[in-house]
Each structure stands twice: as C-alpha cells, then as structure tokens.
Design a protein around this ligand. Structure first.
Ligand code: UD1
Length: 368
C-alpha cells in the first residue's frame, strides 16, 4: 500500500521547504501518494503563485483558502478545514514545514485524529515567546512524531524539552536543497536591469510584527536605513504587512523620495536569490534569509534581538544587530569597510536533506 502523505504549506517561506520533498517523493511512485495542501494563508500572486511556478511545485491538490485574520482566526480556519479534509480521506502521515500558523494548525488537527506528523525544520528556538512563530514551533514539536532538524542545536533543544531521541533526526536543510538546485538559474534573473542597479547594492527586507507593528521601532530602523542608503543603494521589496504599517504611520510617501532606496513589490524566489547572492550586504528580519545568506557567503545583518538559527552566527555570515540605529549603522559600516563575516556552510546544508527525510519515511512505511 502506498503511503498517503498530506503535505501542508501556507505561507511564502513554506514553499521553498516543501519543493524538494515533492520532487523526492516522485522517485518512489510505488511507495508514496503525496497530496499537496495549500491553506491559503498567503494568497497574493507574488507571495504564492509566483513561488509555485518558479519552484516547479505542482498545483496544490487542495486549496483551503483561509486568507488573513488574527492569529486565532487564521489558526482556527486552517484547523476547521484540515479536520474536514482529513476526515473525508484518511491520511497515513501529515508533513508540515517551518513555523507559520498553518504549520501549527495542521499539526494540532492531525495529532487529535491520531495521524502521525512529521515536522520539517523542527527544534529551532529563539527562546522569545513574544514571537508568534516560537509558539508555533513549541506546539508543533510537542505533538510531532518525527522531528527533522537542520542543525545540532535544534536536536539539543528538543532533547531538553523531553522529546525522545528516536523521534529526532538531523537531516539538514531542505530550503538549502532548493537554493542549491536553483542558484544557477537565478543568475539569469534580470532584476538588476529592471531596477537599474549598479555594481554595489544592499538588499533589505522587514516584516516581523515586532519590528514593523511599532511606530517607534520602525522609525528607529528606518533612521538607520537612511544613513546606510546614503552610502550604498538599497533594494527593499516591501512585504504587504510592512506596506500597510508604513502607510498607517505616514512614512510611505516620504520613503518613495529617498534617492538611494528602491521600494519595490515583493520579489519572486529567483530574483530574491539573485539579490542575496550579489548584494554587498543583506539587512533583514527574515528567518530563512539568515540561512540563505550563510550558504551564499553574503554578510547578513539581522534586525532582531535574537535568532532561532544560531548556527548562522557561529558558523555562517550572520550578525544580530537588534533594532538600534547605532548598532545597525556601525555593523553596516564594518561590512562596507570590508570586514563582513565570511563563515562556512553548516553540516548537511548540502542539497540532500529531502533525500534523507524520504529515506526515513520509507523506513516509517516499512514499519506499518
Ligand atoms: C507570516 C508568518 C511568518 C513568516 C511570514 C513570511 C505566521 C504567524 N507568520 O507572517 O512566520 O515569516 O509569513 O512572509 O504564520 N497579506 C497580504 N497578502 C498575502 C499575505 C498577507 O496582503 O498574500 C497581508 C495581510 O494584510 C495580512 C498581513 O499581510 O494581514 C500579514 O500576513 P500573515 O500571513 O498574517 O503574516 P505574515 O506577516 O505574512
């Protein structure tokens, strides 16, 4: 009997993580019957469809269409729809990735229906429970039957929380499987021509609620970006949450007038990869970009007080700069003076993580 695997994605960072698994299942057609479920947490074309196209993801088999809402609304809607779906056609395994609301919601439903759950990118901890993703990570890992991790610190976190060793497998980083698979193609991106970029530029993204939902914190970060953009042109694809806040706080029109800041719509995966690979410096509060810049060897200044991805600091090119004007400007200057971190690529961030996961799932199948 084929293993019917429900693979759940919802938001932009999930798509890069599921893509290599969907490819890997195809190598075992007699063993797996994968189903791709998109919750619809992200729904704009440039936050979702563009990624499906560029990552060669199959069209979702099921689209739940939950859309935006408060945390409870969004989580609740995914749970209701997932319960209907799993009730109508039983599954052998639910695979969830990352730490978004859809990840946690699907996990809770599957666990209550006694369907085994595999969490890809388990064990990451920022130890900051004001971060919604930290709650999602804790709940998901507490309920998961398989915790697939990207780094040894994640294994350690899980062990400390009492997760039995047999549930934990250090397999590497599926998002890096995608990066390595598409890096060459991304070099053909014409975003540099479209944006009229010169040789040197910086790449900025901001979307964390802790940074963009507070008028004061956002103002402090913007004041630092203003200093940096006077030395280095900055490309800033603006997340819809951030657009809303910049307009609400009356900063949107002013930013359009900054001479060296290019505010653009959210970019697709290939453009993003090109920008990260070719930037002199990345300034971000994204989780995934801390890892991607580490592999690409680009200095990354993370505009947060903490990270759930410490290996990008100890081994990679990442530096935590917090949200203070002085620290952001000082660290950006260090990079511009040629003192950016070099780093090395962490173990198992080698393009084979999905292969390792599927190997484990084959073992799971044979035990049934
Ligand atoms: C979500 C994830 C976050 C991830 C991020 C990547 C949670 C708790 N957060 O945050 O971990 O890093 O995605 O982007 O799951 N919106 C649109 N179009 C869309 C999607 C969102 O306009 O396609 C707007 C809506 O106004 C929405 C807001 O963006 O209310 C926030 O979207 P939401 O999915 O709630 O959270 P993100 O900030 O995107």
């Amino acid at each position: 009997m084929k293993l019917r695997i429900i693979n759940v994605v919802g938001a932009r960072p999930n798509f890069m993580k599921i893509a290599p698994l969907m490819l890997e299942y195809q190598k075992h057609p007699a063993e797996f019957a994968p189903v791709l479920v998109h919750t619809g947490q992200h729904y704009d074309d440039n936050m979702s469809k563009l990624f499906f196209d560029q990552l060669h993801l199959p069209k979702p088999d099921v689209y739940l269409g939950v859309g935006s809402g408060s945390h409870a609304e969004q989580t609740g809607k995914v749970m209701v729809e997932m319960e209907k779906l799993l009730g109508a056609a039983p599954a052998d395994l639910v695979v969830v990735v990352g730490d978004v609301n859809s990840t946690m919601a699907a996990t809770i439903v599957a666990a209550k229906l006694c369907i085994p759950v595999a969490h890809v990118e388990a064990g990451l901890r920022s130890f900051d429970r004001t971060m919604p993703e930290e709650i999602n990570r804790l709940v998901t890992d507490a309920l998961a039957d398989y915790c697939f991790t990207t780094s040894p610190d994640a294994d350690e976190n899980l062990r400390r929380e009492g997760v039995p060793a047999e549930k934990i497998a250090f397999v590497g980083n599926v998002m890096i499987d995608t990066l390595l698979g598409l890096k060459e193609v991304s070099q053909q991106s014409d975003i540099s021509r479209r944006l009229g970029l010169n040789a040197e530029f910086g790449f900025v993204t901001l979307h964390r609620p802790s940074n963009v939902d507070s008028k004061e914190i956002l103002a402090e970060i913007l004041s630092a970006l203003d200093v940096v953009q006077k030395k280095l042109p900055l490309v800033f694809p603006v997340h819809p949450r951030t657009v809303n806040r910049l307009k609400q706080f009356g900063r949107w029109d002013e930013l359009q007038r900054w001479t060296n800041l290019k505010l653009v719509e959210p970019v697709g995966y290939l453009d993003s990869l090109w920008l990260m690979a070719n930037a002199k410096l990345v300034l971000t509060d994204s989780g995934g970009m801390q890892e991607e810049t580490t592999v690409l060897g680009t200095p990354c200044l993370t505009i947060r007080e903490n990270t759930e991805r410490p290996i990008t600091i100890t081994e990679g090119t990442n530096t935590l700069v917090g949200t203070s004007h002085a620290k952001i400007v000082a660290e950006a200057n260090r990079v511009l003076e040629g003192h950016g971190k070099k780093g090395r690529i962490p173990k198992f961030w080698d393009g084979k993580a999905a292969e390792r996961i599927v190997h484990r799932l084959l073992e799971h199948r044979s035990k049934r």
